[in-house]
Design a protein around this ligand. Sequence first.
Ligand SMILES: [Mg+2]
Length: 360
Amino acid sequence: MDTQHIRKIIHIDMDAFYASVERRDNPNLLGKPLVVAGTGPRSVVCTASYEARQFGVHSAMAVTTAKRLCPDAIYVPPDFPRYRAVSVQIHTIFARYTSLIEPLSLDEAFLDVTDYAGPLIYAQDIAQHIRASILSETGLTASAGIAPNKFLAKIASDWRKPNGQFVIAPQQVLRFLHHLPVGKIPGVGKVTERKMQDLGWHTVGDLARIERPILVHHFGRWGHRLYDLARGRDERAVQAQRQRQQISQEITLIHDENLAQICLRLPELAERLVVLMQRKRMMGSCVTLKLKTSNFHTLTRSQTFSHPLTEVSALLQAADSLITRMPQTAAEYRLIGLGISHLQAEHNQLDLWSTDSCQP
Ligand SMILES: [Mg+2]
């Protein structure tokens, strides 16, 4: 193998992040099952502490279900400004080791440390130092995965959780994947996992024996990616924040709605998105429509245009055409979102015409 081209990727993931921040700041919560969740009737769990997880509570679960499983847990609403402040802190720690940082959320990021030129020799030592700094500077624990690519680093960070780290060295990749259950592949949810099991594919090793056209037959374009992942290949670069930004708006529905009802929501969503784009002085050329089904399955459809979209009418047209690409079933949805990515700053010329000075 040509070692010149082997990357060193670290995936850092804070442990039960929101719950850990709450607990750090309120010692009364220590040792008790804790669930951070919204307070609305249809809210979902943001984070469950490890004690609450033992009752089967997990993130994205409906709060009503969580309360049935673990009625004695303490439920607190999320405090995003406080979580964001910690997120900024951990990013300043990351930046001591690399400038190639790709945040996935407030508490998770990929770091490419291939070009690190400091005194530490191994990527696992860098991960160790980062986790120690996070603990001493924020009082919180993090787990880390160290691997030659993003796909494997993400799996590895889960391996010794909480407060642990795991290395998958290049020469160990195939052996590691051989027994890995297919459900551990990021993006393989319960439904896909069942489908694969029905096909007799239980481990990534099973998957690696399947020819590309068969994977494509069963999983569409994603089959190509599965083919590579099963072989431990993932060429995606770690992308610094600016390149992967998305501006989006969502509506969580009070009652589940069908596709026809969802269509009526699009004008409001498009309008809100344009307001947000104008406030951020950004425009983008890739539109994404997201629907979440009543059983929390997320569907997304995207379209990239050759020019940035700035008008409500153009966004609405894009959203309308994306909705026709959703499965036309009787499914009901609980959330709808519209986002724009491939962002660029508004042209200066547009700045001259910004409405800021016209506002009362
Ligand atoms: Mg986390």
